[in-house]
Every structure is written in C-alpha cells, then in structure tokens.
Ligand binder design. Structure first.
Ligand SMILES: *Cc1c(COP(=O)(O)O)cnc(C)c1O
Length: 392
C-alpha cells in the first residue's frame, strides 16, 4: 500500500464507512464513452425499437451463450411469458416451479392460464428439489421451470431426467445466472427455452428493462420474434395474439458494451465470494455452498436464525443487506388460489426466514468487504447464546 492509499484507507475508517448493497455507477463508468458514442447513432437513425443494435446484440449474445437463437425482449418477465406461450401452455396445464424464487418466475405461467405447482428446494442450494418435484407430477404436468437461483445452476441432469420421464418442456429461468455453466453449457441453453433478465441489478444489466429468450429450435425462435412484435408475420398482418415486448435499441447498445466485460465481471464476483468464504469461516453462520458445478454470485446469501438482528446490526454500521426472498411463493396473496393440499415447504421457509444477502458487487473494495466481515464478527462475538468466536 503506498502512502496516499494508506491515507485514503484511514479516512474511510470502518466506523464511518458505508457499504451500499450495489453501486451500478461503477459499471457505467466502464462503458460510458462507448455508449455515448453509439447512442448518437441510435438517435440519428431513430432506431429506438429493435433495429440494427438489437440485431447485433442478439447475434453476439447467441454466440457468447452457444445458443442458435436469441430473441431480445423488454424484460425477463416478458421472456418467461413468451416462453410459456410458445411452449403451448394453457388452462389445465400444470407447471413445476420452485417456491423459493422471485415472483417473476411464475407470472408467465399464470398469464397463459396454466397452473403453477410449487415445489420445495434443496437445503444446500435453494434450487428446486427434484425429489419433491417428482412427487408433485400428475397427468396434467406439462412443463418445469428450474430457477438458477442466486447465480447457481439448478441440478440440470435431474431436471432433464424428470422432463424426459414425463415429457415435460423445460423453461430455464436464468434471470440470475448469466455466464454460469452446467456440464460445459451455459445456463439458459440446456432446456428447450431459456429466459434471461437484464434488469439493471442483474449480472448483465441494462439501463432500464430488458430480457432475452434463447432456444435452439428455429420454429420457436420465429414464433417468438413475431409474438414480441404484435404477432406480426408481415407488416400489419397479425396471425397470432401478439404482445409489445420489443427490446429498445438504446438498451441493446448498453448491453453490447457490457457483454464484452461480463466474463471479467464474473471472475470479480467469484473472487469477492472467495474472500467472504475465507473471512467468514468459523462463525456460527451458514455460508453459501457451491454444489451444482458453478456459481456466478448474483447474490451471496448466508443463513442464521439471528437474521433480523444481524441485519439491524449491519444497518447501524452503514452496511446495506438484502432479503431474497422473505415471502416465498406459497405465501404470496396473489397465488393463494393455487394453494395445494401439500403446502409443506420446510426448506423454502428456512431460506425465507434465515437468508441474508450480503453486498457483493462489481467495484466493491477490499476495505468495504473487510468492514462487512468485521461487523459480522463483532455481532457474533457479542451474542451470548451463539458459540464463542475469535475476533479478527
Ligand atoms: C429478475 C428476475 C425475473 C424477472 O425479470 P425482470 O427483467 O425483472 O422482469 C424472473 N425470475 C427471476 C429469478 C429473477 O431474478
């Protein structure tokens, strides 16, 4: 550490340091000049909806993911909705979905009139428990939506085996897992359809809303392109019940420049997670486990029965944390009408009640990370009912 860095570190002494949950301005600075230049083109050409930048992005990300077709849309939710439409899901069809996920995982199923069948998740990973899912299969089950939660793939061998046994369509919710792979293939490209979100806080985030559907099936891709654009086959001929789910040209510009940096950003996330793993070991705190081959650390979720007290303790020290997700799907008021006789989701409840997401973002400094770790160690050293720990 040189002298000026030492002074800087002192000035931001842990007592006064603030650690935000995320700071997207750091990503913006890395692409600002390139984006401003390319925005000029979009404005000059008025290429606001779809257009050449969107087409270029679709080609680049399809190649990057190793998918045949990538269809840019207006959000991850729109992607999941269109996937449900082209999968042919409708009233009477049942779709297996994990209960421990963001509500966006399930909207598409409901929009098409199908029935979500909630499943419990694995204790270690928070991703769909395939034994539980298998026990909920009926003659009406048509699809499964594995969610690669927090950035870790679901057990895709298990998902594909279950799908093969019961002839199910697999729609991957890869909203949180771009760049995570399973057996050498990118998440989102393993099932028939994969859905990605470019919500700003996701690992590849737009400057607003955006999403993507990926598939290897040409006929599905063609239908997706038509459906996102009012169901047009040719201009003003609407063969299908369509939607306005187009991607913005401006978002495509931002995403093209961020995509070039994504692999490096994933490495940075992995390094930050390793540091947390190392510095938080030995505490009475359940650290995230990488069981399913890969993890791109969209979220670093620890667990403790003292979750709320720990969260308050960190908040008082200027550290923002998150909850993902405190109200699981089986407790959502809007899903009450889908309640099944078997509403026992013990592992999902445990993630909901004990999970705490620590800040982990591109540009996070080692001082910030040390501040988080010190505050957590301090919390457990003061708890008389928790096992004793060494400070520092
Ligand atoms: C973000 C997210 C979605 C929805 O994506 P939007 O772009 O916000 O519509 C769906 N599923 C999961 C798991 C998500 O994290």
């Amino acid at each position: 550490m040189n002298v000026s860095m030492a002074i800087l570190a002192n000035r931001h002494s842990p007592a006064s340091m603030r650690v935000p949950f995320n700071d997207l301005s750091i990503q913006w600075r890395a692409i600002a000049d390139d984006v401003r230049r390319d925005f000029e083109r979009i404005f000059a050409d008025s290429a606001y909806c779809l257009g050449p930048a969107c087409e270029a992005f679709e080609e680049e990300i399809a190649a990057w993911l190793g998918a045949r077709h990538a269809i840019g849309v207006s959000s991850g939710t729109a992607a999941l909705h269109l996937a449900a439409v082209v999968a042919g899901l409708g009233p009477g069809d049942e779709v297996l979905v994990p209960a421990n996920t963001f509500i966006g995982s399930v909207w598409g199923v409901i929009y098409v009139g199908a029935t979500p069948v909630l499943c419990d998740v694995h204790r270690a990973t928070g991703t769909i428990d395939l034994k539980d899912a298998r026990s909920r299969v009926t003659a009406r089950t048509k699809a499964i939506i594995p969610v690669h939660l927090y950035g870790q793939p679901a057990d895709m061998d298990g998902v594909m085996a279950l799908a093969a046994d019961h002839d199910l369509v697999v729609i991957e919710d890869a909203a949180q897992s771009i760049d995570a792979s399973w057996a050498g293939r990118m998440t989102g490209t393993i099932g028939q359809l994969g859905c990605i979100s470019f919500y700003p806080g996701k690992n590849l985030g737009a400057a607003g809303e955006g999403g993507l559907v990926v598939t290897d099936h040409a006929a599905l891709a063609q239908r997706l392109r038509s459906l996102r654009n009012h169901g047009q086959r040719e201009r003003y001929v609407h063969a299908d019940l369509g939607f306005n789910y187009r991607m913005d040209g401006l978002q495509a510009v931002v995403l093209r420049h961020k995509l070039k940096l994504l692999a490096g950003w994933t490495s940075e996330r992995k390094s930050l997670a390793e540091v947390y793993d190392r510095m938080l070991s030995g505490l009475p705190l359940e650290l995230p486990k990488v069981v399913n081959q890969d993890h791109v650390w969209h979220l670093y979720v620890v667990r403790t029965p003292y979750r709320d007290a720990l969260r308050n303790h960190l908040q008082a020290r200027g550290i923002e944390t998150g909850l993902h997700y405190p109200v699981p799907l089986h407790r959502q008021p809007c899903l009450a009408r889908f309640a099944s006789a078997r509403l026992d989701f013990p592992e999902t409840n445990r993630w909901a009640n004990e999970g705490l997401t620590l800040p982990l973002f591109i540009g996070m400094t080692s001082n910030q990370q040390r501040h988080v770790v010190t505050a957590i160690r301090e919390f457990f050293s003061k708890r008389e009912d928790a096992p004793a720990v060494r400070l520092g």
